[in-house]
Design a protein around this ligand. Structure first.
Ligand code: DGT
Ligand code: CA
Ligand code: CA
Length: 517
């Protein structure tokens, strides 16, 4: 059945059976923690047709005293429903951004449209997007918006007025397209970028200075004193432009007024990637293909970190196959000489349930970079999980802690851990915390990244690529880093190779010395 799905994208048996199932039920089958068997059982008792039906069934279920169906199970399903509902309302940035880029490109091609920009949460690079907010300038707004509704990627027109169109585009996301005047474009961009809290704070400041700030401009009395450029709005209020990723009212306005905004990490700062998979484990591209693509990205180095043996499903490497991989990479280095990126021999090593690593130290010592990660038993208690991670951080061979919270957006909660202690240990042991760029993870999240950055830890932005194309998706990790106020110098993969290599060597020896002292 699985093979059929992989080859054809369909499962005949499932589809045939699905025809006999009420449509409402099929949707509910994708709720995390609710399998088809459980759903069938609940349906038999309550006749479920909707999320609400499921909810009320779960409320009534304890009184039915079903075998093997306790309060705990109902609780797990309820939590799954929440995640599920949230994920259906909001779209991952990794899905929304390409859709928005496509829409913007089409709008910009239209003769009637002079300029088109994204605002809202997308411009702030939030991890999930509710709806897209797009601003356009046109001499004939009414006509331009009408034409926009006819673009091939528009699926539905929810509203069309003289200055605003609300559309559903390909991929199912809602878009508000607003036409604004050229002389107020900057003010509108500022206003519709938000966040709401950031704007409220700015408006309060403006009022204290006798100014009024809205989507049309900044006004002193009836006179417009700014509006065309976004930068004018901020400079009138006495501060430099605040990068959109920071506009969440988390201290950025105070920092801007005191001229101590961080120099946020940018894509062009990256010199390599330390977390990428190859066909040795569950990657789809060979060592050579990954290195070639890293070369195209202009990287100085790439760490190829395949899974360790416990990850059977991901074809984790045993000692023998790891040895083969090492040999292949060494041969490739010899062949390449000084051409292309340096290849770091790496592994993404499981942190086992008890805190031990999935390779013995003798093997870890052969690797250039060790990325450690929790991949199992995510529901351990806070004490046990914290201890497990601290044990891994105490191993001198561990250079990076990958996707530290283990969450999957809309599908899995972060693990319970004492994050402050983890951050503290990472700082003391000089282990970099990963900002995993996978759109499903974005782990650490923005708030955790900021807390860790404030505490002075180092970071590694990792693509976790399983294909060559996924190496490019590291940009989502850069966005998340920026939302966490992370500056370039705190990110180890912005460092030149020589510095990175020295750090990797020194941190291990210092760490080992401290441990034996
Ligand atoms: P989202 O769409 O939930 O991901 O988050 P945002 O931040 O894009 O929120 P949205 O689409 O409701 O509004 C876009 C921006 O417009 C928001 O960040 C701030 C600004 N804004 C401020 N006040 C208002 C208001 O009263 N109405 C609207 N529509 N937008 C406002
Ligand atoms: Ca929005
Ligand atoms: Ca909106």
């Amino acid at each position: 059945m699985i093979e059929e799905y992989i080859q054809t994208g369909h499962i005949t048996r499932y589809e045939n059976e699905a025809r006999g199932i009420a449509p409402g039920l099929i949707e509910l089958m994708t709720i995390p923690g609710l399998g088809p068997k459980t759903l069938a059982l609940l349906d038999a008792k309550c006749h479920i047709r909707s999320l609400d039906g499921l909810r009320s069934c779960l409320d009534r279920i304890p009184s039915m005293k079903l075998k093997g169906f306790g309060a705990k199970k109902a609780q797990i399903i309820r939590r799954g429903m929440e995640l599920w509902a949230a994920s259906r309302q909001r779209m991952l940035i990794g899905v929304a951004l390409p859709l928005a880029e496509n829409l913007l490109a089409q709008l910009r091609k239209m003769a009637l449209i002079e300029r088109a920009e994204a605002a809202g949460s997308l411009r702030r690079r939030k991890e999930t997007i509710g709806d897209l907010d797009v601003l356009v300038i046109s001499k004939n707004a009414r006509r331009a918006l009408e034409q926009a509704t006819k673009l091939p990627l528009v699926r539905q027109v929810l509203a069309l007025g003289p200055t605003k169109a609300t559309l559903i585009v390909e991929g199912g996301i809602q878009v508000d397209v607003r036409a604004v005047e050229r002389q107020s474009f900057g003010a509108a961009l500022q206003y519709f970028t938000g966040s709401k809290q950031h704007n409220i704070h700015l408006r309060t400041l403006a009022r204290e200075q006798g100014l009024k700030c809205n989507e049309y401009g900044v006004f002193r009395g009836a006179q417009r004193v700014a509006g065309k450029e976004e930068a004018e709005v901020y400079s009138l209020l006495g501060m430099p432009v605040i990068p959109p990723e920071l506009r969440e009212d988390r201290g950025e306005i105070k920092a801007a007024l005191e001229d101590r905004l961080p120099r946020l990490v940018e894509m062009k700062d990256l010199r390599g990637d330390l977390h990428a998979h190859t066909t040795y484990s569950d990657g789809k591209a060979t060592v050579e293909e990954m290195v070639e693509h890293a070369a195209e990205l202009g990287y100085e180095y790439v760490g190829l970190s395949d899974h360790s043996p416990s990850q059977r499903i991901a074809r984790g490497l045993d000692a023998g196959r790891l040895e083969e991989k090492i040999e292949e990479i060494e041969a490739s280095r010899k062949k390449r000489g000084s051409r292309g990126p340096r290849i770091l021999i790496g592994a993404e090593v499981d942190i086992l349930a008890g805190g031990k690593l999935d390779y013995p130290d003798t093997i870890l010592a052969k690797l250039d970079v060790v990325v450690a990660a929790v991949h199992s038993l995510f529901r351990q208690s806070k004490d046990i999980m914290t201890g497990r991670i601290l044990d891994a951080l105490a191993n001198p061979h561990v250079d990076v802690l990958a996707h530290p919270s283990g969450r999957l957006l809309g599908a899995r909660e972060p693990v319970e851990m004492d994050f402050e202690r983890v951050v503290d240990a990472a700082r003391k042991n000089q282990v970099a915390l990963e900002l995993n760029a996978s759109m499903y993870r974005l782990d650490l999240n923005d708030a955790m990244a900021k807390a860790a950055h404030d505490a002075g830890v180092l970071f590694a932005i990792g693509s976790d690529a399983h294909t060559t194309a996924q190496l490019d998706l590291i940009r989502y990790g850069v966005f998340q880093a920026r939302r966490g106020w992370v500056d370039a110098k705190s990110v180890i993969n912005t460092w030149p190779y020589a510095r990175l290599e020295r750090w990797l060597r020194q941190r291990r020896s210092e760490h080992a010395r401290r441990r034996s002292a």
